[in-house]
Design a protein around this ligand. Sequence first.
Ligand SMILES: Nc1ncnc2c1ncn2[C@@H]1O[C@H](COP(=O)(O)OP(=O)(O)O)[C@@H](O)[C@H]1O
Ligand SMILES: [Mg+2]
Length: 265
Amino acid sequence: MTTVVKLGGAAGNALGPIVDELAAGTPPVVVVHGGSAEVDRLATALGRPSEYLTSPSGVVSRRCDPEDLDIVTLALAGRVQTEVVRALGAHGVRAIGLSGVDGRLLLAHRRRGVRAVVDGRIVHRSNDRSGSVEAVDADLLRTLLGAGLVPVVGPPAVTAEGEVVNVDADRVAAEVAAALGADALVLLTNVPGLLRRVDDPTSVIPRIARDRFEEFLPLAHGRMKKKLLAAQAALAGGVGRVAIAASAHVPPIARALAGDGTVIA
Ligand SMILES: Nc1ncnc2c1ncn2[C@@H]1O[C@H](COP(=O)(O)OP(=O)(O)O)[C@@H](O)[C@H]1O
Ligand SMILES: [Mg+2]
């Protein structure tokens, strides 16, 4: 059975423990990565700082005009993915990096008419280059796994028309897990799970029954909301359970699978 492990890309995430754990040998794993901190760093270095937009329903996402998409691609497919693959390789794990464009692994629909709340008013953004994953080439991933490789997958994705679009990495992980029929999706992040009080790391909610999911959604703010929505999509897609757990706990994957953090099932 395959496990999909998503590595957080915000500040405060640790890569070392995951690399050590995969190097020690695990059942088949597909790694998915984000990289928001690196996108922000590069964006600032290039003189075009990141901006985040809030949708009318309160979901926060990155502004993604064509210039922003270039920076996302440079940061994620260029730097973050190369670093994850390098680190795994240095520890004897044969990893292969794929953006959604490679082999058209992640086929997406471009979002049309993105709406954002600016100064209390709803504005339409026609220039947006973000989308949502509609299909994952699970056969390609199985081929790589069958060859003993660890696929390392990240945004951007590609549309049927061949346009590159940014997609949410938590959502990528959910769609990859669903497409593979994974038994578990592990979302490793910079907090120890879904917290009842964001500033209190001891307030982890240990377990959420899938039919009571809606009760817990209001506890998640900002980008944690995306993680919960991704978890919901994964469960709806047939994934057995989703764990949200700390990337810095050692060994992170085994601990998450053993019930560390928040388990949604
Ligand atoms: N209820 C909550 N519990 C835990 N984290 C929360 C909650 N609400 C908001 N957050 C925020 O979500 C962040 C994790 O999401 P994000 O920064 O996107 O990490 P990642 O890079 O792992 O995707 C936390 O660092 C925290 O600031
Ligand atoms: Mg995130």
